[in-house]
Design a protein around this ligand. Structure first.
Ligand code: SME
Length: 301
């Protein structure tokens, strides 16, 4: 068993999230890296103790890697807001990854660099050794299980995506055929998330060609740099389009589609080999939470 400490804002939601991760044996909310001993919640709440609300995650490294845990941490943490996560403000809500084992640092650091490269700006999330940790009072343990209507700064879809992500991994297993992988991935996303259209376009020369999908019939070919899909391919980045009418060159397969997200799928050689395209009948259906999870899912292909 190994352990790692994640400060990602209010520990109620962060604890609940990590308890749902396969391979995690224990997630314990508490206070880390402060200047006193045995602090109470009220003391930490004054924001003068230096403690950060932190979750101690004990995990089985043969079932879940530290790299994946750190990547999952970034799906629930905004690494660009200093001393704030969601509506919660104060140094006690600063974000950080604290390690108990120095040898963990390079693995965590590599994920930090990856996230930084994607965002294009330096992260404010701390990375450093654990100095101290005190489990929080009993009423904070399993808070959201005890209080299902209780406050959670994480959007509900985070928890649905976590299950979806883990189930896709189990379903696809070691299947070598990428069309089979795309087929089950689109089916699972559609079944769980109920989007209007979920599917893949595969790179075929200088065009994208329709791949496995769920939803109404769609256009079969899209040129490089054309539409949202061809642009995501060209720019090699996820595109979140809150209103398709506002996207120059958007290709309308259905007038019912109002918002869209397109995520590139990379091959082993680093080239884009497909895109994952999801449409919704609602405006502004997708945000950075969807982008983070769909990017993780795209890596399964
Ligand atoms: N709207 C996409 C075309 C594909 S359909 O959404 C399924 C685009 O502009 O690339």
């Amino acid at each position: 068993m190994k352990e790692i400490y994640f400060a990602g804002g209010c520990f109620w939601g962060v604890e609940h999230f990590f308890k749902g991760v396969d391979g995690v044996a224990e997630a314990t909310p508490g206070y880390a890296n402060g200047n006193t001993e045995n602090p109470s919640y009220q003391e930490v709440y004054t924001d003068t103790t230096g403690f950060a609300e932190t979750v101690r995650v004990r995990y089985k490294p043969e079932r879940v890697s530290l790299a994946l845990l750190t990547r999952l941490f970034f799906t629930v943490t905004d690494p660009l807001t200093l001393n704030r996560q969601g509506h919660d403000e104060g140094t006690r809500y600063r974000s950080g990854v604290f390690y108990a084992d120095r040898e963990d640092r390079p693995v965590i650091e590599a994920v930090f660099r990856e996230v930084e490269a994607r965002l294009g700006v330096p992260l404010v999330t701390e990375l450093g050794p654990l100095k101290n940790f005190y489990p929080a009072e009993e009423y904070h343990q399993n808070y959201l299980d005890k209080n299902p209507e209780g406050y959670c700064h994480l959007p509900l879809k985070t928890f649905r995506y976590l299950r979806l992500f883990q189930d896709i991994g189990l379903f696809l297993g070691q299947e070598p055929d990428s069309v089979a992988r795309m087929a089950n991935t689109s089916a699972l996303i559609a079944e769980r998330m109920r989007f209007f259209w979920t599917g893949f376009y595969r790179v075929d020369g200088d065009q994208l060609v329709l791949g496995p999908f769920q939803g109404p019939p769609a256009c079969q070919r899209i040129g490089y740099g054309k539409g949202v899909c061809g642009t995501a391919w060209k720019e090699r980045r996820t595109l979140v389009v809150p209103d398709v009418e506002e996207f120059p060159g958007h290709i309308a397969c259905s007038s019912l589609s109002k918002s869209e997200i397109v995520v590139p799928v990379y091959g082993k050689d680093g080239n884009v080999k497909a895109v994952l395209d999801i449409d919704s009948t609602e405006l502004a259906c997708f945000d950075t939470t969807d982008a983070a999870w769909l990017e993780l899912i795209a890596e399964y292909i």
